[in-house]
Write a protein that binds this ligand. Structure first.
Ligand code: GAL
Length: 363
C-alpha cells in the first residue's frame, strides 16, 4: 500500500471514530499549507452557471492556502472527463477534486490516481464503484428533494385536504448519483398524496426510470413535457411539476408557455427547481418558476479546499455526516451542507442580503 493511501485509510478510520466529536456547523476554517502544491479540479460542464462559480471559488480558496490549481471542464462528456483526469495525473497534481459526469466511468482513471498516490475528493456527486475515493463533500441531497416536495404540498394545500390536482414528475441524469437522492427525498413526501389520489400523474410516468433527464438537459426536459401535454392533458391543465434542477425547470416552463400556460386564464403550475441559477431567480421574480433550492456552493468549494489542504498536511479533514455514504465498494466519509428553499418571498433576504447575487444582477 502506498504511504499516502495507507495514511488516508488510518485517517478515514480515525475520522469516523471522531464523528461524534466533530462539529456539525459550517465553520470551514482550515490551516494553510506550508509547502503548497497543485490541485487538479475536474468539473462537469460550463453550460451551468453553478459549476463556473464553483470553479472560481475552489481555485481562489486554494490559492489563499498557497496552492496552484488546474481546473478542467468535461463539457458533459464522460470520456472527455476521463482523459482530462488522466492528463491531470500525468501533470503530477497532488490531489484531485472531482464532480463526476458519469459516476461509474472513472474507475480505471482513479486506479491510475491511486497508483500515483493522489488522493481524491468526490465533489457534490458521489463517485461509485471504486475504493479510490477518499472523501465526499456535498449537500444533504435528500433534503433538497424534501424541500421541493414540501413546497408543492404547501402551495396546493394538500395537507388541508385540497385536491385532486394533476402533477408531473421530472428527475435528473440517470448517471448522477444525486438524482436518486433528490427523487427519493421528494417522493417520500409526495407518495401519501398519490396514494390518497389528491395528486394524480396523468402521464402515468411515476418510476424514476421513466422520468430521468439525461445530463440534466433543459431542451430534453422541454421535449418530454411537450409530449406529456399533448398526450395526457388535452383540455385539462397540470397543477404542479416536480423539477429537480433549474435548467430542467426552464425547459418545462418553455413547453408550458408554448402550450398557452401563463396567459389567458391558464395559470402556470407550481414548478420547483434547484441551484438558484440567475435565469431561474429572474423567472421566480417574474412569477413564472415558483421555487428553487439554494445551495451556497461557495461553502462547498471552501470545504473541498479545506479537505484537500488537510489531507496534504496529514491532518484529518472534518466530516459531519453520521451516515455512511456507501459507494458500492466502501463507505466514504462525508461532509454535507444544508440547502435552503427560495421563492419570491425570501429571495431578497437569502440571495441578495446573503451576497450571492447583487440586486443589480437580478434586474
Ligand atoms: C447535480 C447537482 C445539482 C445540479 C445538477 C445539474 O449533481 O447536485 O445541484 O447542479 O447536478 O448540474
Amino acid at each position: 500500500m502506498h504511504t499516502r493511501r495507507a495514511a488516508l485509510a488510518v485517517l478515514a478510520g480515525a475520522a469516523s471514530l471522531a464523528l461524534t466529536l466533530s462539529a456539525c456547523g459550517e465553520d470551514t476554517g482550515g490551516s494553510s499549507s506550508e509547502g503548497g502544491g497543485t490541485i487538479g479540479i475536474a468539473l462537469p460542464t460550463r453550460a451551468s452557471e453553478r459549476w463556473i462559480t464553483e470553479g472560481k471559488s475552489v481555485v481562489s480558496d486554494l490559492k489563499a492556502k498557497g496552492y496552484q490549481s488546474k481546473l478542467v471542464y468535461g463539457e458533459d462528456k464522460p470520456q472527455t472527463q476521463v482523459s482530462q483526469i488522466a492528463g491531470l495525473i500525468e501533470q503530477g497534481v497532488d490531489a484531485l477534486i472531482i464532480a463526476a459526469i458519469d459516476n461509474k466511468s472513472l474507475n480505471d482513471v482513479l486506479q491510475q490516481a491511486a497508483d500515483a498516490d493522489i488522493p481524491v475528493i468526490s465533489y457534490d456527486r458521489l463517485i461509485l464503484g471504486t475504493e479510490n475515493v477518499d472523501y465526499y463533500v456535498s449537500f444533504d441531497n435528500e433534503q433538497v428533494g424534501r424541500l421541493q416536495a414540501r413546497y408543492i404540498i404547501d402551495k396546493l394545500g394538500l395537507e388541508d385536504g385540497k385536491g385532486p390536482f394533476d402533477i408531473e414528475l421530472f428527475a435528473g441524469s440517470p448517471d448522477d448519483n444525486n438524482t436518486k437522492y433528490f427523487f427519493d427525498g421528494a417522493m417520500a413526501l409526495l407518495q401519501p398524496f398519490l396514494d390518497s389520489k389528491q395528486l394524480v400523474v396523468r402521464s402515468g410516468q411515476t418510476e424514476l426510470s421513466q422520468v430521468t433527464t439525461l445530463r440534466w438537459d433543459g431542451p430534453t426536459a422541454q421535449k418530454r413535457m411537450d409530449g406529456i401535454l399533448a398526450e395526457s392533458y388535452g383540455s385539462r391543465t397540470v397543477d404542479a411539476v416536480l423539477s429537480p434542477y433549474d435548467g430542467i425547470s426552464l425547459g418545462v416552463l418553455a413547453a408550458l408557455k408554448s402550450d398557452g400556460y401563463g396567459s389567458g386564464g391558464k395559470p402556470l403550475p407550481v414548478v420547483t427547481g434547484q441551484d438558484a441559477e440567475l435565469a431561474s431567480v429572474k423567472s421566480i421574480i417574474a412569477g413564472e418558476q415558483s421555487q428553487t433550492i439554494y445551495k451556497d456552493v461557495r461553502l462547498l468549494a471552501e470545504v473541498a479546499a479545506d479537505m484537500a489542504d488537510d489531507i496534504l498536511n496529514d491532518k484529518t479533514p472534518r466530516i459531519n455526516s453520521r451516515r455512511a455514504y456507501n459507494n458500492g465498494v466502501k463507505s466514504v466519509p462525508a461532509y454535507l451542507l444544508q440547502p435552503t428553499s427560495v421563492d419570491r418571498t425570501n429571495y431578497d433576504l437569502v440571495l441578495v442580503a446573503g451576497g450571492y447575487y447583487t440586486a443589480a444582477e437580478l434586474e
